[in-house]
Design a binder for this molecule. Sequence first.
Ligand SMILES: *Cc1c(COP(=O)(O)O)cnc(C)c1O
Length: 468
Amino acid sequence: MKYVSTRGSAPSLDFEQVLLAGLAEDGGLYVPESWPHFSADDLRAMRGLPYVEIAKRVMTPFLGGAIPAADFARIVEESYATFEHKAVTPLKQLDQDFWVLELFHGPTLAFKDVALQLLGRLFDHVLTRRGERVTIVGATSGDTGSAAIEACRDRAAIDIFILHPKGRTSEVQRRQMTTVLSANVHNIALEGTFDDCQDQVKAMFNDPAFRAAQRLSAVNSINWARIMAQIVYYFAAGLAIGAPDRRIAFSVPTGNFGNVYAAYAAKQMGLPIEKLVVGSNRNDILTRFFQSGEMKIAGVEPSLSPSMDIQVSSNFERLLFDMLDRDGALVAETMKGFRATGGFAVGDNQLGRAKALFEAHRVDDQQTGAVIRAVHGETGEILDPHTAVGVGAARAATLDADVALVSLACAHPAKFPDAVEAATGLRPALPPRLADLFEREERLTVLPNDLAALQNFISGKTRLKGAA
Ligand SMILES: *Cc1c(COP(=O)(O)O)cnc(C)c1O
């Protein structure tokens, strides 16, 4: 299996190289050169298998032999043993033809664990075999940081440094990061904003000497292996409700377009999906795109679903590559124009093809609260605000009556207790595994918003031999 860049001019890489590279050299994102295919009979043969077995079958074709089968089996089993629910991503039926797919049973109670638990172990495996190590550096406004830390804690070949803006994350979010006391985990509370954190991380990556000496790396949302891991739960859920012998659709609350792109990939691989409903909050660049064919940047405004407060959806470029018939030069030109002008448009023909599969709806904060309240009243289930955006979009979708619809539940409601309490009057409790979070010991280092101070701290803490 080879991977090609969406911008057409970086070299094709194998799985291991793509895993470690993240972004392609030409600024593009890697995608498989062709999609592995599962026939209807292959799918029927997977029905009833445990999640980890489906995971191995769905992901193995992407490895191209890079990781021995027995090692990969162990990595997959360990990754999903960290999930609280035996089914890993259980379905909960809310109506005759409507389910939510609970993706939040991992260590940090959000769906990013599904991909990152695997990614951390894959990194560690590949690096250890090569006799290499990396220093992961990232910035977080709260959510991704804890998922990355849980993925990398105690991994022999990885040191991880996560910058968060001091005093500007919720206490739950901070504690989910700072109570991980593993020797290779370093939480930095930066005296600044989230934008300052991001700028400092960028500055470190843009310092070639530091980058090379510390072997800087990232586990960001454009890494192909994250998409690969997310494809699995679409297969697992589809099979559980009767695919390929039943018509199915998914509704996905969307920010960077990673999650819903994984659904698109599942469809390319043979899972018959009728419709993908894209839900956005007031930051609705994607909804506007699927309505008009024009991608146009607007300012980011805070919403009840902060993990979807985005200005651009980085993974959208992977879909654009297919919409433009895999013409890398045209994608490169389009993205260049996008950077320069803040906008681009696709033709009616391309938009028409996309709309045959995708349908997008915007769900604002008021509607989000109304969905949380209504679903609680009707079913007793409590949704987090991100999940509610997906459910709100699902309710607005135009689907044939016999299509079974699965909406993705991306975070545990206890991660966003204020929004839930405002909508329902109930304050959701943390699950038992995190019940003592507020009593646990914290460890963090406060640092000024200063590049040299950050670089000194990181160089002093990494376990690299011979590093500057
Ligand atoms: C990251 C995240 C999203 C958005 O997912 P994308 O893959 O970026 O579209 C939605 N909900 C929650 C809770 C998240 O953490």
